[in-house]
Design a protein around this ligand. Sequence first.
Ligand code: NAD
Length: 259
Amino acid sequence: MTSTIEVVVKIVGNSKRVVVFTGAGISAESGIPTFRDPLNGIWARHDPRKLETASAFREDAALVWGWYLWRRAQVAQSLPNAAHLAIAQLAKTGRVVTVVTQNIDDLHERAGSVDVIHLHGSLEQPKCFACHRAPTSLYLETKIVCEGVRVEPPRCPRCNGKLRPGVVWFGETLPASAWKRAVLAAKNCDVLLSIGTSGEVFPAAEIPIIALKAGASVVHVNPIGVSLSSSHELYLAGRAAECVPNLVSLIEIADKTAH
Ligand code: NAD
């Protein structure tokens, strides 16, 4: 009997265009907590989902800016893990690999992935809360920010409004060009690997559905069971940093055998 991993190796092996759709779970093994992880310390008293809104920023900009500086410091201290590295490696096998990530960290880029679409923005690019423009150059604190510290946001060099993180908050629309490129990649891929995402945050969670409807196979990698709605969906149970490198090395072996 053929195992799921063998089927997945065959599908990816035969593919030319791959979309890798990632969520917070892929960065968990780099030490960056997912949304559903219980947070310790002061943030345990602040639901992140309540800090990630424009109204939270209006109410207490220093608390929200401090929260993002803390998250940015966490990312700066982290390294890409074996899953990020394996995805960059997959792009060296001759397939067109597009990474569509919901993450606001830069671990895919630091692992060597080149074509990375950030659906929810980035911790690295603040913008003005008032005029919405992004400053062309801005020095951002890199020193370790203590958990729970309030930090007044810097001011916009153009209009003196408060700068806010350049990430998509709850209730906000996704950056139009990132969304358009992600939909196009999903419609044109042969296979989509959905790694470390709960699939609960929309519209991002539509990306695997769009790929499936366009005829692609969708492979979920998650330690927690995923419900499958189509015969073109497969599920690899396990941690990303274990499953993804294993999958990519099996694909490389299959490629060599095929040539
Ligand atoms: P989520 O927290 O809703 O779900 C995380 C998923 O990852 C869960 O299904 C969980 O079972 C799975 N997971 C946990 N550990 C894993 C591992 N080692 N390997 C594989 N899977 C693992 O996150 P989401 O689906 O990305 O959506 C929520 C939002 O969280 C996104 O909008 C994103 O912007 C934001 N977020 C981003 C980061 C980051 O940038 N690293 C961190 C936290 C939250």
